[in-house]
Design a binder for this molecule. Structure first.
Ligand code: SF4
Length: 413
C-alpha cells in the first residue's frame, strides 16, 4: 500500500462499500479453513467483476504461491495470480513502480497507535504438519538497523506499540549474525522514541533465547508477554511433529519463564487430532493445560495438508472427535481464564485504548494482544477516554475473556 501511494495511486484497505476498480486479494493457504476463506473472497470479487462492478481482480499471497496452476485453471476470471515474492511484478500490473528506497515505509491497516512489525520472513523448521515453509521459503532475518528504521517511521506516524512477528522469532539472527539476536533487537528497539510497548508473538520452544527474559524483566517497554505455540505435550506426538522437543523439556522451559518473569502472560496454541493422537495423549494434554494455567490459549483441529511430512501419515482422528477435543480444551481454558481474571478485580493496570464500540471504550493491558486476548471495557456514558492513549484503569468486574473497569483517577464525562 505504501508503494502504491508513492506512485500516486488511491488505495484503501477493505473498503466497506467494496468499490474501487481494481481489487487485490492477499490470500492465506495455511490450513483448510484459511484456504476456504481465501477462495470465497476470490469468488466474491470475481462475481463483482462479472457484474461489471469491478474492472480487475488480482490475487497474491500464500494460497496463490502454493496453488497457482490449479487456481489459474479453476478460477480463470482472475486477471493475474502472484506469488509471495512477486511484489515488483504485482506493482507493475498495477502500473506502479517498485521503489526499493521505500523499504520500511508502510500504510498500516491497524489503528494508528499499534502496528505489526515483521522481523523475519520464512521458516527453516521441519514441523511435520506445516505448509508455511512451502509457501514462504526459508528463514530470512531482516537486519536490526532496517527494523529500527521501520520502527522509527511507524513511531513518527503515531505508533506506540510494536507487535513483533515472524514465522519463528526464536530463530531471529541465526542466518544473519550466526547467533540468536532477538535480545539485541529488543535492546535496539526500546531506544526508538515514541515506542512504549513491544510485544512478542510466535516464538518457537526449541532453542528459545533465554537472554530475552532478562531484557523483558529489565525493560519496562518490553511487555511481559510471550506467544509461544507449543502444539502438544505428548513426547511421541512432539517427535512425530518434528518439533525437536519433549514433554520434559517443554515443562522445564515454562518453569524458566515463570521463574524469570513471574507476571508474564504466556499465550500458546495447540493442535488436537494430529495423526496418532489417542484418548490417552489427549488426556495428557488436558492435564498439562490444567497444571500450567496458561494465561491465554488457542486450539486448532489438525488439518491434513498435502506436501507436508505428516501427509504421509494416516489422518486417523475423525473430524467430530477433533472438534470435540477442541471444544473440551477450550472449555478447560475458559475456566482457567475466568479464575485468572477474577484475581485482577480491584487491581489497577496501565491500558491502551483501541476503539469505541457502541457505548464502550475498548482497551487492553500489557498482557493482552489486540484481537486475540482480553478486552478492557469502560462505560463511555460515564467516562471519556481518548483512543490511542495510555490510562490507568481499575478493574471492577471480570468474565472469562473480558475485564470491566474505570479510570483509576476519575475522568467523569
Ligand atoms: S516453526 Fe511454525 S512456521 Fe515454521 S514449520 Fe514450524 S509451525 Fe511452521
Amino acid at each position: 500500500m505504501g508503494q502504491l501511494r508513492a506512485s500516486n495511486k488511491d488505495v484503501v484497505h477493505e473498503d466497506e462499500n467494496d468499490d474501487g476498480n481494481i481489487v487485490v486479494i492477499n490470500t492465506c493457504g495455511f490450513i483448510g479453513k484459511a484456504k476456504e476463506e481465501s477462495i470465497n473472497t476470490i469468488l466474491h470479487y470475481v462475481d463483482k467483476k462479472e457484474a461489471g462492478m469491478v474492472d480487475k481482480v488480482f490475487v497474491t499471497g500464500c494460497l496463490s504461491e502454493r496453488y497457482k496452476p490449479d487456481l489459474e485453471k479453476e478460477i480463470s476470471d482472475v486477471d493475474q495470480y502472484f506469488g509471495t515474492h512477486d511484489l515488483p511484478n504485482l506493482l507493475k500490473a498495477l502500473e506502479a513502480d517498485y521503489k526499493h528506497e521505500l523499504l520500511g515505509e508502510r500504510v498500516t491497516t491497524t489503528p494508528r497507535h499499534y502496528a505489526y512489525l515483521k522481523i523475519a520472513e520464512g521458516c527453516d523448521r521441519p514441523c511435520s504438519f506445516c505448509a508455511i515453509p512451502l509457501m514462504r521459503g526459508g528463514h530470512i532475518s531482516t537486519p536490526i538497523e532496517d527494523i529500527v528504521k521501520e520502527a522509527g517511521h511507524l513511531a513518527k506516524n503515531g505508533v506506540k506499540e510494536l507487535i513483533l512477528i515472524a514465522q519463528d522469532l526464536t530463530y531471529y539472527g541465526l542466518d544473519l549474525y550466526k547467533k540468536r539476536a532477538l535480545a539485541d533487537l529488543l535492546k535496539a528497539l526500546v531506544k526508538v522514541e515514541g515506542i512504549e510497548w513491544i510485544r512478542l508473538h510466535y516464538a518457537f520452544p526449541t532453542g528459545f533465547p533465554l537472554d530475552v527474559l532478562e531484557v523483558m524483566k529489565k525493560e519496562p517497554k518490553v511487555c511481559n508477554y510471550l506467544d509461544i505455540p507449543l502444539q502438544h505435550i505428548n513426547t511421541e506426538l512432539l517427535k512425530s511433529m518434528r518439533r525437536g522437543t519433549s514433554a520434559e523439556k517443554t515443562i522445564e522451559l515454562i518453569g524458566k519463564f515463570r521463574a524469570s518473569v513471574p507476571d508474564m502472560a504466556i499465550r500458546t496454541t495447540f493442535i488436537v487430532g494430529y495423526p496418532g493422537e489417542t484418548e490417552e495423549s489427549f488426556e495428557e494434554l488436558k492435564e498439562f493445560v490444567k497444571a500450567t494455567q496458561f494465561e491465554r490459549m488457542g486450539c486448532f483441529a489438525y488439518s491434513h495438508e498435502e506436501n507436508t511430512h505428516a501427509y504421509h501419515l494416516e489422518d486417523d482422528v475423525p473430524e467430530e472427535v477433533k472438534n470435540k477435543r477442541v471444544a473440551e480444551l477450550m472449555e478447560i481454558q475458559g475456566q482457567i481464564s475466568f479464575d485468572l481474571n477474577q484475581e485482577k478485580v480491584g487491581d489497577v493496570f496501565r491500558c491502551i485504548f483501541d476503539r469505541k464500540e457502541g457505548n464502550f471504550f475498548i482497551g487492553r493491558t500489557e498482557f493482552d494482544s489486540p484481537d486475540v486476548d482480553n478486552n478492557v471495557i469502560v462505560d463511555a456514558s460515564k467516562f471519556y477516554i481518548q483512543i490511542g492513549q495510555f490510562i490507568d484503569i481499575k478493574i471492577t468486574e471480570a468474565t472469562d475473556f473480558d475485564l470491566y473497569g474505570e479510570p483509576a483517577k476519575a475522568m467523569i464525562q
